[in-house]
Design a protein around this ligand. Structure first.
Ligand SMILES: Nc1ncnc2c1ncn2[C@@H]1O[C@H](COP(=O)(O)OP(=O)(O)OP(=O)(O)O)[C@@H](O)[C@H]1O
Ligand SMILES: [Mg+2]
Length: 708
C-alpha cells in the first residue's frame, strides 16, 4: 500500500515535470518558428536592399552628379519659386530634385510627409514648355492640388469622375491639338489603366512633343509591400513603355527598401536618381501622457490640453481606436466647448467629405477619426495630433502623428497611454504577420520614460540617430524617476500564473493584477518603498510581456477575441529570481496632459489673428480655396514681424502672384493696424503726459499741503 502511494506520488511528480517540459518544448518550437520567419524576412530585406544599391548605384550611366551645382534654369526657377509659389527658400533636396528632373533624368523621391514633394514636380511643370501629367490616388488630394494651383494662377486641371463635360472637352482639345492653356493635368490611376481614349490623346500630345514630365505621387501605392496598395497603380508601368523619353518622377513618404525596389521595377525606371531624405521631423514634439482608466477624465485631459495650448482654434486631429469611440469622444469634446466632429469608414462618402471640408477650411477645430482618416489629408497647419489610444505599430504612429506640422512649424504629437489598452490592440493584430511584434515595438516606445522618443523612430527605420534638440518629453522632462527592483514582484506574478496554468485557469491582464494585489498583501511583503499602484503593476506585467517572461494568448468567443496573460519562454529564470527586473516609476505621475511638461507656445498676436480672419474671408471670396492657399501660417507670422504697408514691401515677402491677387486687402489691413498702433502709441503718450502732469500737480499740491 505504502509502496503504491510512493509510486503514485513519484508518478504525479514525473507527470508534472513531463507536462512542464512539454510546455517548454512547445514554447521553444513556437519561438523557433518565429525566429525562422524573422530570419527569412531579414534575409530577403537584405537582398532587396543590396539589389537596390546595385541597380541604382552601379548602373554605368548613372554617374554621380552634383545636383546642387549651377544650372542654366537657376534664375528662372528662383523667380517661379518665389513669385509664383510664394516660397522664400528651398527645403533640403528640393532644389537638387528639380535640377535632376530638369536635366531629363528619372527620379525617385523619398521624403517625409510635409517635406515638400509637390513643389519638386510642380515647379519643373511651370518651368517646362509642355504639359506635366500627375497621377495621384485620391480625388480629394487632386481637388486640393488643382484648387491650390489655380489660386496661384497656374493652369491645372483634372480628369476624374467629377470632371464636367466642358472641362473634359477642353482638356482633350489641349492634348489633341495644343490649343488652350494647360500646364498640369491630374488623373487617377484608373484613367491610365481604363481609358483608351485618354491614352490615345496623351499619345498625340507626346507625339507633338508637348508631354514634358510624368509625376507619380504617393508612389508606394504601386507596391504590395506599401501600406496603401492600389491595384490600378500596378498598371502605371505602361507610361514609361509608351513614353520612354519623358522624364518620370515618383514620390513617396514610405521608405522601406522593399517598396523602393518594387517601385523602380514596376515603373520601369532602373536608372533613376534616388533622393532619400531623413525621416526626422524636427518641428514635431513627441510626448506620451499617462492615460486615466476613467474615460471621462481622459476627455477632460484632452479638452484641457486643447483649450489651454490651442485657444485660437488651431487645427488638430484626435485618433481613436474604434468608430464608436470616435463618435463618443467627438460628442464629449463638443460638450467641453471644443469644436469637434468625427470621421470614420461607417459614414457615407458625402458626410465624410463634409466634415473633412469644414476642418480643412478651419471651420472645425478637431477631427476625431479612426485610421480611415489617412491619406488625403493635405492640411499643412495641423498643430497637434493626439492619440486617444495607442497605434498598432511604430510605422502607423509615425504616419498618423506625421500629419501634424506639414508646414514645418512647431507642432505636437501626444499619445495617451495606459497598459490596459494593450490587450485591446493585441487581440486585433495578433493574427497579422508580425502584428504582435509591431505592436510591442510601439508599446515599448510608450512604456519608456527615459529614452528619446525620436531615437526610437531612428532605430525603427534604421537611420543614424540625430539630435532631438529637446523636442520630446523624455529629453526635456524634469520628472524624477525612481527605479524599483521588481524581481520579487515578478516572482509572485510568475508563480501565480504557474499555479493557475496547472489548474487549467487563465487570467486577463486586469484579473492578474487583482490576483497579484491580493497575493502581495497576503505575503506580507507590503512596504511603502516597494508597493506598486494598480497602474504600476499593469506596467510591470506589460514590461514582462515585452521581455518574454510572460506572453499573451488569445481565445475567440462568439463576439470577440479575448487576450490572456500566460507564462512566456523566460518564465523559469524569472521565477528563480535569476532575472533581475527593474521598473521606472515617476514620482509625480499625475501629469496627464495639463501639467508642467507642456512646451510654451507663442500666443497669437492681435495682428496674426486679424490676418487669419482675412485669409478665411479671402478664401471664401476666391472660389472656396483653402485658407492656407491664400497665406501660409509662416507667411502670416512673417507679415506680423515685418508689417509691410506698400505693394513693393509686400511683394518682397510673399511674391508677385499673391500680392497681385490679395495685396490690396492685406495692405489695407496692415495700414489700419499700423495706424491704430500709431494712434494707440500717441494716445498712450498723451495719457502718460497727462498722468505726468497730474503727478506734477499732486506733487505740487502735496508740497503745498506740506507747506501748509
Ligand atoms: N521650401 C518650402 N518652404 C516653405 N514651405 C514649403 C516649402 N516647400 C513646401 N512647402 C509647404 O509645405 C507644405 C507641405 O508640402 P507638400 O504638400 O508638398 O508635402 P508632401 O511632401 O507632399 O507631404 P505628404 O507626404 O504629406 O503628401 C505645403 O504647405 C507647402 O506649401
Ligand atoms: Mg504630397
Amino acid at each position: 500500500m505504502e509502496e503504491e502511494d510512493n509510486i503514485e506520488g513519484e508518478l504525479l511528480l514525473v507527470q508534472a515535470e513531463l507536462h512542464d517540459i512539454q510546455g517548454q518544448i512547445k514554447e521553444l518550437l513556437d519561438r523557433q518558428e518565429q525566429l525562422s520567419e524573422r530570419e527569412s524576412q531579414l534575409k530577403s530585406m537584405l537582398e532587396v536592399s543590396k539589389a537596390s544599391r546595385d541597380t541604382i548605384h552601379n548602373e554605368p550611366s548613372v554617374a554621380p552628379k552634383d545636383w546642387s551645382g549651377s544650372f542654366s534654369w537657376d534664375s528662372r526657377a528662383d523667380d517661379i519659386r518665389f513669385n509664383v509659389f510664394g516660397i522664400s527658400s528651398y527645403r533640403p533636396n528640393q532644389r537638387e530634385i528639380i535640377n535632376a528632373i530638369m536635366s531629363g533624368r528619372d527620379v525617385l523621391v523619398i521624403m517625409a510627409a510635409g517635406g515638400g514633394k509637390s513643389l519638386c514636380y510642380q515647379l519643373p511643370a511651370v518651368l517646362h514648355d509642355g504639359i506635366t501629367l500627375v497621377v495621384s490616388p485620391l480625388l480629394s488630394l487632386i481637388q486640393d492640388q488643382v484648387m491650390g494651383l489655380a489660386a496661384l494662377g497656374i493652369p491645372a486641371y483634372m480628369l476624374a469622375s467629377i470632371t464636367t463635360k466642358e472641362v473634359e472637352k477642353f482638356v482633350y482639345k489641349v492634348l489633341d491639338k495644343g490649343e488652350g492653356e494647360l500646364k498640369i493635368l491630374y488623373v487617377t490611376p484608373e484613367k491610365i489603366s481604363k481609358s483608351k481614349r485618354f491614352m490615345s490623346k496623351l499619345e498625340k500630345c507626346h507625339h507633338a512633343g508637348r508631354l514634358s514630365l510624368i509625376a507619380i505621387d504617393e508612389a508606394h501605392c504601386c507596391s504590395q509591400w506599401g501600406h496603401d496598395f492600389r491595384p490600378d497603380y500596378k498598371n502605371l508601368g505602361i507610361l514609361k513603355v509608351q513614353f520612354p523619353n519623358v522624364p518620370m518622377i515618383a514620390l513617396t513618404a514610405t521608405a522601406t527598401s522593399k517598396v523602393q525596389i518594387d517601385l523602380i521595377e514596376m515603373l520601369h525606371i532602373p536608372r533613376c536618381v534616388k533622393f532619400v531624405s531623413t525621416i526626422n521631423r524636427p518641428n514635431l514634439f513627441y510626448k506620451v501622457f499617462d492615460k486615466s482608466p476613467v474615460g471621462k477624465v481622459v476627455i477632460d485631459d484632452i479638452a484641457n490640453f486643447i483649450s489651454e495650448s490651442y485657444p485660437n482654434n488651431e487645427s488638430g486631429i484626435v485618433y481613436c481606436f474604434s468608430r464608436k469611440e470616435c463618435e463618443q469622444v467627438a460628442k464629449e469634446l463638443c460638450e467641453r466647448d471644443i469644436l469637434a466632429d468625427y470621421y470614420h469608414a461607417d459614414m457615407d462618402v458625402i458626410a465624410r467629405e463634409k466634415v473633412h471640408m469644414r476642418w480643412s477650411k478651419s471651420k472645425l477645430q478637431v477631427i476625431v477619426g479612426t485610421v480611415a482618416f489617412g491619406m488625403g489629408i493635405n492640411k499643412p497647419d495641423v498643430r497637434f495630433v493626439i492619440h486617444h489610444s495607442l497605434s498598432k505599430s511604430m510605422e502607423t504612429y509615425y504616419q498618423e502623428s506625421g500629419r501634424a506640422g506639414r508646414d514645418g512649424l512647431p507642432s505636437e504629437c501626444v499619445l495617451y497611454y495606459r497598459p490596459g489598452d494593450v490587450p485591446r490592440q493585441s487581440s486585433m493584430v495578433f493574427y497579422e504577420n508580425c502584428g504582435l511584434q509591431n505592436l510591442y515595438d510601439i508599446v515599448q516606445y510608450c512604456q519608456s520614460k527615459r529614452s528619446c522618443r525620436r531615437g526610437a523612430f531612428f532605430r525603427h527605420f534604421g537611420e543614424v540617430a540625430q539630435d532631438c534638440n529637446g523636442m520630446c518629453d523624455n529629453c526635456t522632462s524634469n520628472i524624477e524617476l525612481k527605479d524599483i527592483d521588481a524581481t520579487h514582484h515578478t516572482k509572485i506574478i510568475v508563480s501565480l500564473l504557474h499555479d493557475m496554468q496547472l489548474n487549467d485557469q487563465r487570467a486577463t491582464l486586469l484579473q492578474l493584477v487583482d490576483k497579484f494585489k491580493a497575493k502581495w498583501k497576503e505575503s506580507g511583503c507590503s512596504n511603502e518603498s516597494v508597493d506598486l499602484k494598480k497602474e504600476g503593476i499593469e506596467q510591470l506585467v506589460v514590461q514582462l510581456i515585452l521581455n518574454r517572461v510572460l506572453k499573451e494568448e488569445f481565445q475567440h468567443t462568439a463576439y470577440a477575441t479575448n487576450a490572456y496573460v500566460a507564462l512566456g519562454p523566460l518564465w523559469k529564470p524569472a521565477l528563480q529570481g535569476n532575472k533581475p527586473v527593474k521598473l521606472s516609476i515617476a514620482f509625480h505621475s499625475q501629469d496627464r496632459g495639463s501639467g508642467s511638461k507642456r512646451t510654451k507656445r507663442n500666443q497669437m498676436s492681435n495682428l496674426e489673428a486679424k490676418l487669419g480672419d482675412l485669409r478665411r474671408e479671402l478664401s471664401s471670396s476666391n472660389g472656396g480655396i483653402y485658407p492656407h492657399a491664400v497665406l501660409s501660417t509662416q507667411q502670416i507670422s512673417l507679415l506680423n514681424r515685418q508689417k509691410p504697408t506698400t505693394v513693393a514691401e509686400l511683394e518682397k515677402l510673399i511674391g508677385k502672384v499673391k500680392t497681385d491677387k490679395y495685396g490690396s486687402a492685406i495692405i489695407e489691413l496692415m495700414r489700419l493696424h499700423v495706424n491704430s498702433e500709431v494712434l494707440g502709441d500717441q494716445a498712450c503718450a498723451a495719457k502718460r503726459q497727462k498722468k505726468d502732469k497730474e503727478e506734477d500737480v499732486i506733487c505740487v499740491e502735496s508740497s503745498e499741503g506740506e507747506d501748509v
